[in-house]
Design a protein around this ligand. Structure first.
Ligand code: SAH
Ligand code: SF4
Ligand code: F3S
Length: 463
C-alpha cells in the first residue's frame, strides 16, 4: 500500500480527478461534517465508510472546517512525517472547536491508536478518539456527545470487526476502493501497522461481492481490493482466488486491482487463476523494501532476494506483459553501502514501472526502533536520492517502450484545464492522455495508440 498524499499524486496531474474521492452522500438533515484523510488507501476507504455512517445520521459533508458541526481527521502513523502532518492539520483547525461550543472534534485512524497521549497533550480540543475497528460506534458516540462535551475513546483491536453488512459511500468517479481484509499478521520489524490495525481478518466474500455489485450499479467499472497482505485473504466463504473468480462474474465490472499483496502468497495456483481472468489487471504492486537478503531477514519480510526474483518470474511466466510497482525503504538500520547497491541491482533486474520510495523512519514500539541507527540522515537521504534517480530512469524506459502500442484505456475524467483532454489508465496502471471526442464518458474503455511520453504520462490517439 502506498500513501495517497505525496507519491500517489503524480506531479502535474493534480488537475485530473483522483480515485480517492468519494461521493458526498447526503440525505436530509442540516448537520455538517468536515473530514480530512491522511495515509493509505485503507484509510481512504475507511473515511468513505465513516461518510456513509454519518450520512445515515443526517450529516452532509463540507470542505470548510469553519462551517462544520463535526470536525474529523483520519490519521496515519506509518512514518514520523505522516504524524507531524496530521498534528499540524489538527492544530490549524482546532480554533473552530474553541470558538463554537457545539462543535465536536475527532481523531480517527492509526494515530488515534498509536499516539493517544501526544494527541491529547498537544491538541486538548479533541473530544473523540476512534481506532480503525470502532467506526460503527460513531453514531452512539455522537449521541452521547449531543448534550455535553467530554472525551470519548474507542480504541484497541477488535479481532471480530469486519464491518459485516456495512458498505462505504461510493466514489465520485468510476474507480472504487473495496476493503477485503483488515489488520496484519506479519511482523515486519519497521512497521507500525500491525499495532495500529490489529490482527489480520478477512471480510466475508459475500459482503465484498455485494458491495462491488452495488458500486457497479452506481457506475463503478474498476475496483481496487484493499488489504495489508491482500493475497492472503481467506474468509469463511472463500479464498483470494475464489474472490477474484466471483468478482470476475459481476456483469459491468471491467477491472480488478488489489493492493498490497505480500510476495510469499503469490502461489502457482493463484497466479494461474489471475492469468485466466479477463478482469484482473496486468499490474502488480509487489512491495520489495530491500534487495539484500540480509536486510530482508532483519526486516522479517519472509522472503530472500532470490525468492522475490523467482516470484516476479512466476508472475511474468503466467502474465508476460505484467507491469510491476513496488515500495522501497532506504537506510534501514545496519544497511551497508553494498546492501544498498543490492537494492539498486535488483531494481535493474526487475525494472519496476514506478516505486514508492521512503527514507527509513523509526517508529516507537516496532522491533527495529530498538536497533542502533547506523546511517546518518544525509547518508539516508543520499541513498534515497539514488534509488529515486534510478527509478525515474526505469519509469521513463518502461513508458517509452509502450510508444507505438495499442492499449485499452479506461477513461477517468476530463482535464480541468482543457475539457477535450481526458486522462485514462491502461491495465498496466499507466496514465494516458487522450482526446476521445465529445461523447466520452468516465468509465468508458477505448483503444488508443500510444504516441508519446511527456514526463511520467503517456499520450495516445484513439485507434
Ligand atoms: N502492507 C503493506 C505496507 C503498508 S505500509 C505492504 O506490506 O506493502 C506502506 C509502505 O510504507 C511499506 O511498504 C514500506 O515501504 C513503508 N514503510 C512502512 N514503515 C516504514 C518505516 N518505519 N519507515 C519507512 N518506510 C516505512
Ligand atoms: Fe507492515 Fe509488513 Fe504488515 Fe505490510 S506486511 S502492513 S509492511 S507488517
Ligand atoms: Fe495506512 Fe498509515 Fe495506517 S499507511 S494502515 S493509515 S499507519
Amino acid at each position: 500500500m502506498f500513501p495517497l498524499s505525496g507519491a500517489f499524486r503524480t506531479p502535474g496531474v493534480a488537475t485530473f480527478p483522483g480515485v480517492d474521492n468519494f461521493e458526498n452522500p447526503s440525505r436530509s438533515g442540516d448537520k455538517r461534517y468536515f473530514l480530512e484523510t491522511y495515509g493509505c488507501q485503507m484509510n481512504e476507504y475507511d473515511s468513505a465508510l465513516v461518510a456513509e455512517l454519518l450520512a445515515e445520521r443526517g450529516y452532509s459533508r463540507t470542505e470548510d472546517p469553519g462551517g462544520a458541526d463535526l470536525i474529523l481527521v483520519n490519521t496515519c502513523s506509518v512514518r514520523e512525517k505522516a504524524e507531524e502532518t496530521a498534528l499540524e492539520k489538527l492544530r490549524s483547525i482546532a480554533h473552530h472547536r474553541r470558538r463554537n461550543p457545539s462543535v465536536r472534534m475527532g481523531v480517527l485512524g492509526c494515530m488515534a491508536e498509536n499516539r493517544r497521549e501526544s494527541i491529547l497533550e498537544r491538541i486538548p480540543e479533541v473530544d473523540i478518539l476512534l481506532g480503525p475497528d470502532h467506526y460503527d460506534r460513531l453514531g452512539q458516540v455522537l449521541d452521547e456527545h449531543a448534550p455535553v462535551r467530554k472525551l470519548t475513546t474507542a480504541l484497541g483491536p477488535d479481532i471480530a470487526q469486519t464491518y459485516e453488512g456495512l458498505f462505504a459511500a461510493p466514489p465520485a468517479g468510476t474507480t472504487a476502493f473495496v476493503a477485503v481484509q483488515r489488520g496484519c499478521d506479519m511482523k515486519c520489524s519497521y512497521c507500525i501497522v500491525p499495532t495500529t490495525r490489529g490482527p489480520e481478518r478477512s471480510r466475508p466474500l459475500r459482503d465484498v461481492v455485494e458491495e462491488t455489485r452495488r458500486l457497479v450499479h452506481k457506475g463503478v467499472v474498476e475496483v481496487m481490493l484493499l488489504g495489508q497482505t491482500v493475497n492472503a485473504y481467506s474468509a469463511d466463504d472463500g479464498t483470494f482466488a475464489e474472490l477474484l473468480v466471483a468478482l470476475d462474474k459481476i456483469p459491468g465490472l471491467r477491472r480488478v486491482r488489489f493492493m498490497s499483496p505480500h510476495p510469499r502468497y503469490f502461489t502457482e495456483p493463484l497466479c494461474r487463476t489471475m492469468a485466466g481472468l479477463p478482469t484482473v489487471c496486468r499490474h502488480i504492486h509487489i512491495p520489495l523494501q530491500s534487495g539484500s537478503s540480509r536486510v530482508l531477514r532483519s526486516m522479517r519480510r519472509q522472503y530472500s532476494r532470490d525468492q522475490f526474483l523467482r516470484i516476479v518470474e512466476r508472475l511474468r511466466t503466467h502474465m508476460p506483459d505484467v507491469s510491476f510497482t513496488t515500495d522501497i525503504i532506504a537506510g534501514y538500520p545496519g544497511e551497508t553501502e553494498a546492501e544498498h547497491r543490492e537494492t539498486l541491482s535488483l531494481m535493474e533486474e526487475v525494472k519496476f514501472d514506478t516505486a514508492y520510495m521512503f527514507a527509513y523512519s523509526p517508529r516507537p514500539g516496532t522491533l527495529s526502533a530498538d536497533m542502533q541507527e547506523t546511517i546518518s540522515e544525509p547518508e539516508k537521504q543520499a541513498r534515497l536520492a539514488e534509488i529515486i534517480e534510478l527509478q525515474r530512469k526505469h519509469t521513463y524506459e518502461r513508458l517509452d517502450s509502450c510508444v507505438g502500442n495499442v492499449e485499452e484505456i479506461l477513461l477517468e475524467g476530463a482535464s480541468r484545464r482543457n475539457g477535450e483532454e481526458w486522462i485514462g489508465k491502461t491495465t498496466h496502471f499507466r496514465k494516458v492522455v487522450v482526446h476521445p471526442g465529445s461523447d466520452a464518458k468516465p468509465g468508458q474503455i477505448l483503444r488508443a495508440r500510444i504516441t508519446a511520453r511527456r514526463g511520467q504520462i503517456l499520450w495516445g490517439e484513439i485507434a
